[in-house]
Design a protein around this ligand. Structure first.
Ligand code: DP6
Length: 323
């Protein structure tokens, strides 16, 4: 074995959100989630083990990083593979400049495949999904392409993602509206922890998230884009309502995020089918069909510079690249 491998994984955007853990160490979520893997944003990661190294070395876009989460994750990889060398890890994030969409999902999905392959282990995608989960919850889903469901599970074995087979006749697109943010943001990890511990609405979130998940799967199977989009939009706003109801409260909205949401809602009044979702940052992602893309972009252009509107289509699952 040459002790080296390179993998590419794409980021994903949740339509039914993961927002809370029932086990922090294993990263078991409070509810199942559903996402779409995107073609536009991805991470390429090379792992090279060397017996002479005394610790892991990590470079992101060529810059040396000291990342505790990553070091802990590599210990899990060593424990699972039984391959006990430290590694040099080189990650390149392919995200349009300053888009602020770089994500731990693509990072840990790519690292899972590269780190196990370099150790000469050949895991199934289900096994890779479980492993990626240990790095970051959302990475569980980035192992697969297209629509993906993360099954909540009760333990390490039963919590993993699987692709959702859908035969919708719409060609889905996501427009990421890049919104500049000044203040420091609350990380997903600490934000969801605060919410689980303090939001009086958290019970309601868990019970309705599972209903949202079933309803959106039904909308997908019925080819019903309007229900699909509405469920995703409601689920996202519910997540943000939890943040507003936490102690201390926090939120990810910038004034421009609210403008983006309003533009989408106004387009709907004009019978254009579009919906939005937001994650742990101020960017708004618009969900639409390819057919409606130009009408929506024309409207958004009145409010946002066109180079802040990034269009993505469904993307593939994790794969190895030739070194
Ligand atoms: C809002 O996967 O980043 O994007 O598991 O603590 O690493 P950790 O959190 P992370 O949380 C993602 C939260 C979200 C919703 C989602 O992707 O489901």
């Amino acid at each position: 074995a040459d002790l080296q491998a390179t993998a590419r994984a794409h980021t994903n955007i949740a339509l039914i959100k993961y927002w809370g853990k029932k086990d922090k160490n294993l990263i078991l979520p409070m509810n199942g989630s559903i996402s779409l893997t995107l073609d536009k944003f991805y991470t390429d990661t090379t792992v090279e083990y060397s017996p002479s190294l005394k610790k892991d070395h990590f470079f992101l876009n060529g810059q040396n990083k000291n990342d505790q989460k990553l070091a802990k994750f590599m210990d899990i990889v060593r424990q699972k593979t039984g391959f006990n060398s430290y590694a040099s890890i080189n990650s390149i994030n392919h995200v349009p400049t300053a888009a602020g969409l770089a994500s731990s999902a693509s990072a840990y999905a790519a690292l899972s495949l590269a780190a196990t392959t370099a150790a000469n282990k050949h895991y199934t995608k289900t096994e890779l999904s479980r492993l990626a989960r240990r790095g970051s919850g959302s990475a569980t889903r980035s192992i697969f392409g297209g629509f993906v469901e993360w099954i909540e599970g009760q333990d390490d074995e039963s919590s993993y993602a699987k692709p959702l087979r859908v035969n919708t006749d719409w060609d889905i697109r996501m427009i990421a509206i890049v919104v500049d943010s000044k203040p420091k943001k609350v990380s997903s990890r600490s934000g969801m922890q605060t919410v689980v511990a303090t939001s009086p609405f958290y019970k309601g979130w868990v019970s309705t998230a599972n209903k949202d998940l079933n309803d959106i799967k039904e909308a997908l199977s019925k080819n019903d884009f309007q229900s699909f989009g509405q469920i995703a939009e409601n689920n996202s706003l519910k997540m943000h309502a939890l943040n507003l109801s936490a102690t201390p409260h926090f939120n990810y909205f910038e004034p421009e995020s609210l403008i983006a949401m309003r533009v989408v809602e106004n387009l709907r009044e004009k019978k254009v089918n579009c919906y939005y979702t937001m994650d742990a940052g101020p960017n708004v992602k618009v969900i639409c069909k390819n057919n409606d893309l130009n009408v929506i972009l024309d409207e958004l252009c009145h409010y946002f510079p066109s180079d802040h509107l990034l269009v993505a289509a469904p993307g593939p699952g994790v794969k190895l690249l030739d070194n």
